[in-house]
Design a protein around this ligand. Structure first.
Ligand code: FE2
Length: 285
């Protein structure tokens, strides 16, 4: 006898024109029915769940997607990212894009990306590295786009003191795949907690903090574009990132320096090389 005749009925009637849609809906329905069997929600609890989704939708605007935040807070955005970015063992892992990507100014190697008041306050930092193929070939002319929060944990779009485009830049790697730029050390910051994402975090007893990081989007001809982060070692939130985006291979320890890279004051240096995966890479090929 079928253990769950109701579920069988639902599944038997899924027969749309797109097989992938059928597969997605069938699996989702099966997991949701299993969830109901396991936790036996009361009608009030089920309605509370639906109200949560309705309220999440109400929070969404053209500039804010609360569903993505909730997905981040449950680790689902990172899970989807992981299953879609497989490659050689030495590839640089991907990490979620987050909600703060926006067009960045084109800059020259060595430029400062920090032009706002944070430049006076923050820890001067030189970030450099090389872009390679996974076989070690340097990728000349690779595009390296970066964006980050300030020392106060704010992106340009959240901070009236910053011009749009501040703490962002698109660089072109040189003939050896090298890139470098100057900035200030980013700070950890809280995700927005004034919507249902915040309700969720408070409900399950999690803090809203993301550990300090820089976002990267790296692209080179013939290779899969990579969206990732570099995280700073020593940050107290590395082990409990609200968005579950930290990967060990992406953590770098800033080194204290007093000279080099054209710097006239003590600064920190972060080195981050990137290995891109060739388009068409297949396991065992
Ligand atoms: Fe971020």
């Amino acid at each position: 006898m079928d253990a769950n005749p109701l579920l069988r009925q639902v599944l038997d009637q899924i027969d749309g024109p797109d097989p992938r849609v059928n597969e997605l809906v069938s699996a989702l329905v099966s997991h949701l029915h299993a969830f109901v069997e396991e936790v036996r929600p009361t009608p009030e609890e089920w309605l509370a769940g639906i109200s949560f989704l309705v309220e999440t939708g109400r929070m969404c605007t053209p500039d804010r997607n609360e569903f993505i935040l909730v997905s981040d807070m449950l680790g689902l955005t990172s899970a989807v990212d992981d299953v879609n970015h497989v490659g050689p063992a030495n590839m640089t892992p991907s990490s979620v894009e987050g909600p703060f990507h926006s067009p960045a100014p084109v800059r020259e190697l060595g430029d400062w990306v920090s032009d706002g008041p944070e430049r006076e306050r923050g820890v001067p930092t030189v970030v450099h590295g090389r872009v390679f193929d996974c076989d070690g070939t340097p990728l000349a002319g690779a595009s390296v786009e970066v964006w980050q929060a300030s020392d106060a944990g704010l992106y340009d779009s959240q901070d009236d003191a910053q011009e749009l485009g501040n703490l962002r830049g698109v660089f072109t790697a040189d003939d050896d795949g090298r890139y470098w730029f100057r900035t200030i050390r980013p700070s950890s910051y809280p995700v927005p907690t004034d919507g249902t994402g915040g309700v969720l975090l408070r409900g399950i007893g999690r803090h809203p903090m993301r550990p300090a990081h820089l976002h990267y989007r790296v692209a080179a001809e013939g290779h899969r574009p990579l969206v990732t982060h570099v995280f700073l070692a020593g940050d107290p939130y590395l082990g409990s990132d609200a968005a579950y985006a930290v990967k060990e291979e992406l953590v770098r320890r800033p080194r204290a320096r007093t000279e080099g890279w054209g710097m006239e004051v003590p600064y920190e240096e972060i080195e981050f090389d990137v290995n891109l995966v060739p388009v068409g890479w297949k396991e065992g090929a």
